[in-house]
Design a protein around this ligand. Structure first.
Ligand SMILES: Nc1nc2c(ncn2[C@@H]2O[C@H](COP(=O)(O)OP(=O)(O)OP(=O)(O)O)[C@@H](O)[C@H]2O)c(=O)[nH]1
Ligand SMILES: [Mg+2]
Length: 305
């Protein structure tokens, strides 16, 4: 299956919602202000965000509204192009992250968004691209978290640095980065808990992880990826808001796009936070993480070929 086909398949729930809605609005009606307002409202309901919906509506207002535009297929094509243009500045190549050796990557996000699974999939991606790897199980909050990462490490044959449940996450992060440096490893992926009694604790925890890593190298961690669960829709925006206060976020990975009709949220996130998107998760398997591609995403979202 081509990468584009994977996007089409992965975005199926979102795209059937979007394309049928748009077809309904534009079918055989001449485009006027009422139609454009309906279009804007529909885009907002599809989670693209108020600002982006308004921008897209204005783009259509600017276009010469002639007969051909009453063809919903034409509208969808134009819309896909515009969405692709909005998203393309936020494409960031996963391989470009590995510009220094080792590249230490912290993976953060609230519980359940898919951090550990994403680390497994990223591991597979980097292995397939001939990079040497190590995992760090710095989510020491519960035993199952360490076991889950261990399962992935066995599955794709990657070394893992771990400690006992309840032990200091910063110490695991430190050991992982030291190991990566000593063994001359390309990429270290460090899992974190993202669950604390309160924000202050969470902030202190990350601060400690960052501080110990900087003792090894001022540039560590080289990347801090925030994982967001697309099924949470608008809530994902709140998570970016909160985490950017807690630590520097260098890129996003958006998961579970395969199990939601809220794929439009990606536009809202880009518009508001202007953070690069490294990859999108479209399933639970190791091969279900794909480099983010704005054109494929936009076309996939609108069921275009
Ligand atoms: N459908 C789908 N499921 C996903 C995707 N990514 C992760 N999941 C599932 O989401 C659930 C939670 O994933 P985890 O990787 O455990 O999430 P986490 O953020 O590490 O969770 P905690 O460690 O509990 O904080 C699992 O059942 C995963 O299989 C995805 O892209 N698509
Ligand atoms: Mg986890």
């Amino acid at each position: 299956m081509s990468l584009f086909d994977k996007f089409k398949k992965g975005l199926n729930l979102s795209s059937s919602n979007l394309s049928s809605g748009i077809k309904n609005i534009f079918s055989k009606k001449k485009i006027d202000q009422t139609i454009l307002s309906q279009f804007e409202d529909f885009l907002i309901s599809a989670d693209v965000g108020v600002e982006t919906a308004n921008e897209l509506k204005k783009e259509f207002e600017k276009l010469k509204i002639d007969k051909s535009l009453t063809d919903s297929k034409e509208v969808i094509k134009i819309l896909a192009k515009k969405i692709s243009n909005i998203l393309s500045p936020f494409e960031k190549d996963l391989l470009s992250l590995n510009s220094s050796k080792p590249t230490i990557i912290i993976v953060s996000g609230v519980n359940g968004v898919g951090k550990t699974t994403t680390i497994g999939k990223l591991g597979k991606f980097y292995k397939d691209n001939k990079k040497s790897l190590v995992f760090g199980a710095a989510d020491t909050f519960r035993a199952a978290a360490i076991e889950q990462l261990e399962l992935w490490s066995n599955k794709i044959n990657v070394n893992i640095i771990k400690s006992d449940t309840g032990s200091d996450p910063a110490s695991v992060a430190y050991k992982t980065a030291t190991y990566a440096k000593e063994k001359n490893i390309d990429v270290a992926l460090i899992d974190t808990a993202g669950r604390m009694q309160n924000k202050k604790n969470l902030m202190d925890e990350y601060k400690k992880i960052f501080n110990v890593l900087k003792k090894i190298d001022q540039n560590f961690p080289n990347e801090t990826i925030l994982v967001l669960d697309a099924t949470t829709g608008q809530n994902a925006l709140n998570q970016v808001e909160e985490f950017t206060k807690i630590h520097n976020v260098t890129g996003l990975i958006i998961t579970k796009l395969d199990s939601t009709a809220k794929g439009g949220i990606v536009l809202a996130i880009c518009k508001k936070y202007k953070l690069p998107i490294l990859a999108v998760g479209m399933g639970e398997n190791e091969t279900d993480l794909h480099p983010f591609n704005a054109e494929y995403f936009a076309k996939g979202l609108l069921q275009l070929n």
